[in-house]
Structure formats: structure tokens, C-alpha cells
Design a protein around this ligand. Structure first.
Ligand SMILES: *Cc1c(COP(=O)(O)O)cnc(C)c1O
Length: 303
């Protein structure tokens, strides 16, 4: 069985006032439209691992994530769609939230593990599934060479020639694939990553661990305090962006990405005439974790 479904990911012109003023052309590759739950780069990253699991005759996907993980949700939904059982190890004590509820709805069995135990994922898998030959290991965030391979296809699909291509980074697998794709299909473009975690330079090693000879630039100052942390200026940027473009971005990944690119434009990082592609990696369920506080602020500012 071929792991592909017809999907829609157009490359759209994006108008931001600061870019227009400096004659910079922006396009956004709408991987967020691929699927509501197997969203954006998570579909790109699962495609080849699922193919591999099927080829090896595995029927049970075992993977790992935090309690708000887009990857857990994508794996749960893809498992349901393509006929795999799924188990998700969730970091931390047992809790419930809308993302985990969706995982359960798609039939994923959840297992909560303490932070110390969670650190060694291979050991957890060995402990619980060594004797189960149907089980297939997928690392946290889907990080693997096969995941990066799926992300090369984002660049392969691009219709225009670019000077810069930007993506948000969590594990670095998507950036690795995009940078590799650039070397194959967009030889004049530079790959840029915006890490959403503090100390984002670790992404360099993580990406080079998947493909050793990659060339890319990291912009490590747009983490806003760390993973899933936000600040008031990020939230107001996001609401302004959504209100003026009709494209939804969220605070964990794509909000930081767009904020960073806008800031670089304003600081004259780019030349006039540069053409930039922004990859919208989806993940809009990231919003579910912010909803109440964010909506409260939004209501206050609109009243
Ligand atoms: C998971 C995720 C990323 C990070 O991808 P990595 O390959 O782990 O770097 C970026 N954007 C969104 C929306 C995500 O869900």
C-alpha cells in the first residue's frame, strides 16, 4: 500500500507591510492545509516510517511525546487512517487535555511515564515491546532519517526559485530535510531554521546527525523563553497576523517563525528583491493549550 493521499499545499503570496516596503517577496507554503490532525510536517515525517513499518509487517506504532505533542496526535490519526494500532508514551504525570482526548478518540493507547524514565525511549520500548514482534519504534517528534527524507519533498514541490527558505525547528528533522531538498532542487536558496526552544544551537548537531553535509543558518533568538513559552509581544504579533492575513499561526512553532522573519526584515537582514519561502508546518492544535489565557487577552484588547 502506498502511503499517500491527495493533499493540497499551495504556495501563496503573503503580504506583510514591512516586506512590501523593502521590496521583499514573501510566499508561504501551506503545509498546514495538508490535514487537520496529520498536520504539516508531521505528515511529511510519518510518510516513510509508516511505509517502512508496513513493509516490515508491523501493525503497531509506538511513539513518544509531551502532553501537547502534535506528533502524538498525528501518529494517532495516521494509525487510525492506515490501519495501525498506536501507543503513545506521554512525558510526565497522568493528565488530560484536548490533544490527548483527540489521541484517544483516534484509538491511541496512552502511557504516562515519569521524566527520568522518559529520557531513554529505546529502553522503554525494549522493556515493554521486545517480545512483541508487531511493534514499530518511532522516536519523539518523529526524528529519523526517514522523517527528513519526507521533508525534502516540501522543497521538491516548490514552483518558484527562492533566495531563502525558512522553517521552525523542534528536533531539527524538518530543517535537515528542507536543507537537503534545497541542495537538490533550489541550489541558489539558503536554508534557515528558527528554533523554538531555548539554546537552539543544539539543532545544528541534530540536523547534521541526519545528513552530515548540510548548509543552513539558525536564528536562535526567537524562542521567547523556551518551548511553548510566550510573551505578550508574540501574542499580539500572532493576533495581528491572523487578523490581516486570514492564515492561522500558533504560539509554539509558526508564531515564533513568522515573528522572527518579520523581525529580520525590519532589521534589514535581507536585500531588496529577495524572494523568501516560509514553510507553514501546521500544528494548529498547539493553540488548544493557550486558548483560555489568549482569548481572555484578546477579548480585553477588543473591548
Ligand atoms: C513538530 C513541529 C515542528 C518541528 O519540527 P522538527 O522536525 O521537530 O524540527 C515545526 N512546526 C510545527 C507546527 C510542528 O508541529
Amino acid at each position: 500500500m502506498e502511503f499517500n493521499f491527495d493533499f493540497y499545499s499551495p504556495e501563496q503570496a503573503l503580504i506583510l507591510p514591512s516586506a512590501k516596503e523593502k521590496k521583499i517577496e514573501l510566499y508561504i507554503k501551506r503545509d498546514d492545509l495538508i490535514h487537520p490532525y496529520i498536520s504539516g510536517n508531521k505528515w511529511r515525517k510519518l510518510k516513510y516510517p509508516l511505509q517502512q513499518a508496513r513493509q516490515k509487517g508491523k501493525s503497531h506504532l509506538v511513539t513518544f511525546g509531551g502532553a501537547w505533542s502534535n506528533h502524538l496526535l498525528a501518529t494517532a490519526c495516521a494509525g487510525a487512517q492506515f490501519g495501525f494500532e498506536t501507543t503513545g508514551y506521554v512525558r510526565g504525570e497522568q493528565i488530560d487535555n484536548p490533544v490527548l482526548t483527540l489521541c484517544r478518540l483516534f484509538g491511541m493507547k496512552l502511557q504516562f511515564v515519569g521524566r527520568d524514565e522518559y529520557r531513554d525511549k529505546r529502553a522503554l520500548f525494549e522493556r515493554d515491546y521486545r517480545r512483541n514482534p508487531n511493534s514499530f519504534f518511532i522516536d519523539e517528534g518523529g526524528y529519523s532519517p526517514e522523517a527528513a527524507k519526507g521533508c525534502e519533498e516540501i522543497v521538491k514541490e516548490l514552483q518558484r526559485v527562492y533566495d531563502h527558505i525558512f522553517v521552525a525547528c523542534g528536533t531539527g528533522a524538518t530543517l535537515a530535510g528542507v536543507a537537503k531538498g534545497i541542495s537538490l532542487y533550489q541550489p541558489n536558496a539558503k536554508a534557515h531554521g528558527i528554533p523554538v526552544l531555548k539554546g537552539g544551537d543544539f539543532i545544528r548537531k541534530a540536523a547534521l546527525g541526519l545528513y552530515p553535509d548540510l548548509d543552513f543558518i539558525l536564528h536562535c533568538d526567537y524562542h521567547f523563553g523556551g518551548y511553548a513559552k510566550t510573551k505578550a509581544n508574540l501574542m499580539s504579533y500572532i493576533s495581528e497576523f491572523c487578523r490581516t492575513t486570514g492564515i492561522l499561526i500558533e504560539p509554539v512553532y509558526t508564531g515564533k517563525l513568522l515573528f522572527g522573519i518579520t523581525d529580520l526584515i525590519e532589521k534589514n537582514y535581507f536585500k531588496g528583491g529577495d524572494r523568501i519561502c516560509i514553510i507553514h508546518t501546521g500544528g494548529l492544535t498547539g493553540f488548544l493549550g493557550f486558548q483560555s489565557n489568549f482569548l481572555l487577552d484578546l477579548n480585553n484588547s477588543n473591548s
